[in-house]
Design a protein around this ligand. Structure first.
Ligand code: BGC
Length: 335
């Protein structure tokens, strides 16, 4: 089958023929990948800044944001049948399972020995076919065919939003989202849906297509310093933006960091202490966050979701993964 792979020997990105996966256990499902989305993680992977191929192999099939259609199921599969749409969860448990993996919260794995399909130690979904356990697949209603590929990135957002709500003592009323990429926009939509007053703050011009899309969703967009908010979600990948975000926290505020790496700068722990503020990090998503993602996706306005996605062909992977960042928040490959 055709697949987009990273070669860890010659450190390059290729379209390759890879062996077709087959059902080997009665709990497994074979599905055709209909669409694969590209995000910052894929771009980092292609720069060999993170990730690894499966043990004993030198190729990694990329792709962790996918929508598939079931072709065949093992005898023990009971909730999924041929023709159904599915989105795979990304992370697989460490072995022996740690305290989190053992309770199906691999997103909270404490050993770091987890695998992530298309990222760490396991092939991904930028290929024609894949096999997964029924338990690792999220069924997608047919009505969400057009947007199902957004379930995985939205699941990451849902985990962060749930965390922020749990950590904000009286319950949040306002939020600032840092970043106008797919994660930032999805976070803004999820918080708007929950009745918060949301502002998106980013660097791109207020006339940019992303800013226009956010405004169309009824969400204020600003390049200027926004007002302080109960929740700040960092969705930029920029350490300086994350540091800046601390200044945007209201009293009792909660900041969730999703993408920033190592920042150098001044942090006032005094402010955190005196104002009872919280900084939290969040990665990946729980099965519950995937369920929330499916639910919310059905509630967001279709024209906004449509405006987030630019669909391209299989062969456009060099452009989407190695080229300059697209103006569209989410590039999706139709396989
Ligand atoms: C994925 C997550 C994953 C994280 C770290 C993100 O792009 O959406 O599922 O855990 O990268 O590898």
């Amino acid at each position: 089958m055709r697949a987009v792979t990273l070669d860890y020997h010659d450190r390059r990105l290729y379209k390759r023929e890879m062996p077709e996966p087959a059902i080997a256990k009665s709990s497994q499902v074979l599905f055709r990948i209909l669409e694969a989305g590209v995000c910052g993680t894929d771009r980092e992977l292609a720069n060999f800044r993170l990730g690894s191929p499966p043990e004993g192999e030198s190729q990694l099939i990329l792709g962790h944001e996918a929508l598939g259609q079931v072709i065949a199921t093992g005898d023990a599969v009971s909730t999924i049948k041929a023709g159904d749409l599915v989105v795979p969860m990304v992370r697989r448990a460490c072995a022996p399972a740690c305290i989190s993996c053992a309770r199906n919260r691999r997103d909270l794995c404490v050993t770091g020995n987890y695998r992530e399909r298309g990222i760490v130690g396991a092939h991904g979904y930028f290929a024609e076919f894949a096999v997964d356990d029924e338990a690792d697949l999220v069924p997608i209603p047919a009505a969400l065919t057009e947007f199902g590929v957004l379930v995985e990135p939205l699941s990451v957002v849902e985990k962060a939003v749930g965390l922020a709500f749990r950590l904000h003592e009286p319950g949040p009323r306002s939020a600032v989202i840092l970043g106008a990429g797919a994660i930032g926009i999805l976070a803004a939509l999820a918080l708007q849906l929950r009745g918060l007053h949301v502002t998106v703050h980013s660097r791109e011009s207020e006339n940019s297509p992303r800013a226009a899309l956010i405004a169309r969703a009824g969400i204020p967009y600003t390049t200027a310093m926004p007002e302080k908010a109960d929740i700040v979600i960092e969705a930029t990948g920029s350490p300086s933006a994350a540091l800046h975000g601390l200044n945007l926290l209201a009293q009792l505020g909660v900041m969730v960091v999703l993408g920033a790496s190592v920042a150098e700068g001044r942090v006032s722990f005094t402010d955190l202490v005196v104002h009872n503020q919280v900084i939290a990090g969040s990665v990946n998503a729980s099965p519950e966050s995937f369920a929330w993602a499916v639910q919310d996706l059905g509630r967001f306005h279709a024209p906004i979701l449509r405006g987030m996605i630019r669909r391209v062909g299989f062969d456009d992977f060099e452009q989407s993964i190695l080229g300059p960042p697209d103006t569209s928040p989410k590039v999706v490959h139709c396989l």
